[in-house]
Design a protein around this ligand. Structure first.
Ligand code: ADP
Ligand code: MG
Length: 319
């Protein structure tokens, strides 16, 4: 049976990409990093717990990917460039095949974004994964939830609702390519890091969609002291989601309330719309306007001009 130290050495010590801000990584009592001149450090942490965030039979590779991806998505929403990450891993048992899969999923994504694992903690207990990521953003330029202004146009990147549809598919099992696409979107969300960086100087407010589009728009509204109208019929759905929507019995409202999209939702003032258009053309990522920020507080949801009564906006723990 490998010891805690064997596990760290074998599965979590890699010649991973270097980052100039990291002076000491895994191996000592703590890691040492610095912040480049003119930058601020942006830090996020997220925990995944078995049977809460993923089911018992989820492949280790998938768990690792998502644990890191959701953190990178938080950095994307701030406009930050990722620099390094740490991992606190609580394991019920030592399974070498599980660890091999986990470390593969983790380092595949870490290498994609060129960030080293610089430390962590390994303990015994119910399967729990905490990942912390740090990134940098030019001083004073981070995209905050609190910057939305009345009159701003509300946009989302990519497609909304795939995570929600993917979750429904997961319960019944995939049958065709559309189902596999939706599951892929649920399990392997792509953090919008590059696009988040491009939104600096364009967006007044930004958030990543994890709790559900409507809940996350509400977070922007609360932080900004504003209200909004959102038009459900404008929310962009993928072809697969559109095709499966009826079969899965998911309304547009439910898709807008479902979580796990990991797209960005952001608000842009009228005088920056042409800049946004250039940015989209450059990046190749599609964005869709779904609503407008207003002075009057509250979130008003319309479906084809009809005002809906919306009570629950999204997922919350402890509820
Ligand atoms: P200490 O008891 O001083 O906290 P640990 O035995 O917890 O030391 O960790 C030894 C080294 O291994 C530290 O550099 C720590 O950051 C690193 N480490 C521990 N667990 C992990 C992990 N799961 N992933 C990456 N690094 C880890
Ligand atoms: Mg420790």
């Amino acid at each position: 049976m490998p010891s805690e130290f064997d596990i760290i050495k074998q599965y979590f010590t890699r010649n991973s990409p270097e980052n100039k801000s990291v002076h000491l990584g895994v191996g000592d009592d703590a890691a040492i990093t610095s912040i480049p001149a003119g930058m601020e450090q942006v830090i996020a942490i997220d925990t995944l717990v078995e049977n809460i965030h993923f089911t018992e039979n989820t492949p280790a590779e998938e768990i690792a990917y998502k644990a890191l991806a959701v953190n990178l998505s938080d950095l994307a929403a701030m406009g930050a460039t990722p620099a390094w990450f740490t991992l606190a891993l609580t394991l019920p048992e030592v399974s070498e095949s599980w660890l091999a899969g986990f470390s593969k999923g983790l380092f595949n994504l870490a290498e994609q974004f060129r960030i080293p694992l610089i430390g962590g903690d390994t303990t015994h207990g119910p399967l729990t994964i905490s990942i912390q990521v740090a990134g940098f953003v030019p001083h004073g330029k981070a995209l905050l939830r609190s910057g939305a202004q009345a009159g701003d146009h509300i946009f989302v990147t990519g497609y909304i609702g795939d995570g929600c549809a993917g979750l429904a598919i997961q319960k019944t099992g995939p049958e065709d390519d559309d189902d596999h696409y939706l599951l892929q979107r649920l399990h392997k969300p792509v953090p919008r890091i590059a696009f988040g960086q491009l939104l600096i100087g364009i967006a007044n407010a930004c958030i990543d969609i994890s709790d559900g589009l409507l809940a996350d728009v509400s977070h922007i509204l609360e932080a900004s002291g504003k209200g909004a109208s959102v038009f459900l019929d404008k929310i962009p759905l993928s072809d697969a989601c559109r095709k499966k929507q009826n079969q899965l019995n998911l309304s547009r409202l439910q898709l807008a309330q479902g979580g796990d999209d990991y797209e960005l939702c952001f608000s842009v003032p009228g005088n920056k719309l042409s800049m946004l258009e250039c940015t989209c053309n450059e990046s190749g990522l599609n964005v869709t306007e779904i609503g407008i920020i207003e002075q009057e507080s509250g979130l008003r949801c319309y479906d084809n001009t009809k005002l809906l009564e919306v009570e629950d906006t999204g997922y919350q723990h402890f509820k």
